[in-house]
Design a protein around this ligand. Structure first.
Ligand SMILES: *Cc1c(COP(=O)(O)O)cnc(C)c1O
Length: 425
């Protein structure tokens, strides 16, 4: 099936006379006829047992997303943050380190810098444009994976997936990519060598601003046992799991070891699983993902070009724009477009940006991005408001910066609204 068809038909096939849409299985439990049957599930988890870690509605959506990304399996989580957390914890434990590109989502930076540090896991930060030698030099003997983001939120730089995957593989560790802004419609990181993909489905995949969620997808391509022979890592992917009756993930589940282990260990213990109803909503978004992404991209390109022409704007960042610092990478990894998010820097700094924002009527000022409706955020007065103008510059955020997230409205209306904002400066 082509991508658009997968959006509608992957993951769930109605039986003769069965419901045409994915049924919401609103049940925490599953009934079995014998003790032996239940006992067998504790030897090898192959059926639904309890909705803290598996549910038929969620399962259908997981299968669909795995298919959209080209992976062997997926696990939904209750938020994007939970997906980032579990993607790392499934590989690293106290005493380990991993490498992350500096151009990633601010929430992930907090998680990696502070919370994982408290758990004894060190994040080694490497600049997204580091040379191959610089990336390799950052590795320590205990470094177990590498993490980057396809289109960084909010920096809007494009991650050189193929190059980073090669660097990670040269050290026999997997590459994890946060593919939230791109979605599998615009970029499929597995095709460029990534091993694990995560998403905040709260953004374009849900697409209607109704449901928070996340997902981890396993490519099935990383050979944990072969890598382990070289660097001694990843033994818990194939050696018996004492917390699961001696189960070996590699032996029982082959190349889906990573994603099964994530469910049987992490989801079992943390329980950050979405409700069936949430997965149902997410699926509604997925069904139209391909058509929506095309419109986000075409609206954003027109809006970016419009901003570019205004003498009230110092700079426009949108990777599909010729001359953008990520233009060449965008052409390679994101030929269909670079999603709906643009960042602009308004002449006159913080005060001018506030006047621009407050004069907008259609675009709403909200702490969200990748919304179906056009929305804007002014980091200097929201997420970074405690900083002075000087501190903002030091943090690489200029006071005039506005993150402009184009929605699916008619682009003429979005541009008419922008005119109101620009006139107020
Ligand atoms: C929003 C976001 C997250 C976190 O997702 P939540 O669903 O808000 O927990 C992670 N990565 C990226 C790129 C995001 O934009």
């Amino acid at each position: 099936m082509k991508f658009e068809t997968k959006c509608l038909h992957s993951g769930y096939k109605p039986e003769n006379g069965g419901p045409g849409t994915i049924p919401i299985v609103q049940s925490t439990t599953y009934r079995f006829d014998s003790c032996d049957h239940v006992a067998a599930l504790f030897d090898k988890p192959t059926e639904y047992m309890y909705s803290r870690f598996a549910n038929p509605t969620c399962d259908a959506v997981e299968k669909k997303i795995a298919d959209m990304e080209g992976g062997v399996g997926a696990m939904l989580t209750s938020s994007g943050q939970a997906a980032s957390l579990c993607s790392i914890l499934n590989i690293c434990s106290a005493g380990d380190s991993f490498i992350a590109s500096t151009c990633i989502y601010g929430g992930t930076i907090n998680l990696f810098s502070f919370t994982l540090k408290k758990l004894g896991i060190e994040c080694i930060w490497v600049k997204a444009d580091a040379t191959d030698d610089e990336i390799k030099a950052a590795f320590k003997p205990n470094t177990k994976c590498v993490f980057g983001e396809t289109i960084a939120n909010p920096a809007l730089t494009v991650f050189d997936i193929e190059r980073w995957a090669k660097a990670a593989h040269s050290k026999n560790v997997p590459l994890i990519v946060d593919n939230t802004f791109a979605t599998p419609y615009l970029c499929r990181p597995f095709e460029w060598g990534a091993d694990i993909v995560i998403h905040s489905t709260t953004k374009y995949m849900d697409g209607h601003a109704v449901q928070g969620g996340g997902v981890i997808v396993d490519s099935g391509k990383f050979d944990w046992e072969a890598a382990s022979k070289v660097n001694g890592h990843f033994k818990d992917m194939f050696e018996p799991d004492e917390s699961y009756h001696g189960l070996s993930y590699k032996k029982e589940f082959g190349n889906a070891a990573y994603i099964i282990k994530a469910r049987t260990q992490l989801m079992r213990d943390f329980g950050c699983y979405p409700a069936a109803q949430s997965a149902f909503y997410l699926n509604l978004g997925l069904e139209t993902l391909a058509v929506r992404m095309d419109r986000y991209c075409s609206n954003a390109l027109k809006v970016a070009e419009y901003f570019k022409k205004s003498d009230k704007i110092v700079s426009v960042t949108y990777p599909s724009l010729e001359g953008d610092k990520s233009y060449d990478l965008a052409k390679k990894y994101l030929p269909k477009g670079c999603c709906g998010v643009i960042s602009i820097s308004i002449k006159g700094g913080r005060a001018a940006a506030v006047r621009f924002m407050d004069a907008l009527e259609l675009a709403s000022d909200e702490v969200h991005v990748a919304d179906i409706r056009t929305c804007v955020l002014h980091p200097a007065s929201a997420t970074h408001r405690q900083l002075t103008d000087e501190q903002l510059v030091a943090a690489g955020i200029d006071g005039g910066l506005v993150r402009f997230s184009c929605g699916l409205e008619n682009v003429d209306d979005i541009i008419a609204d922008i005119d109101k904002g620009l006139a107020a400066i």
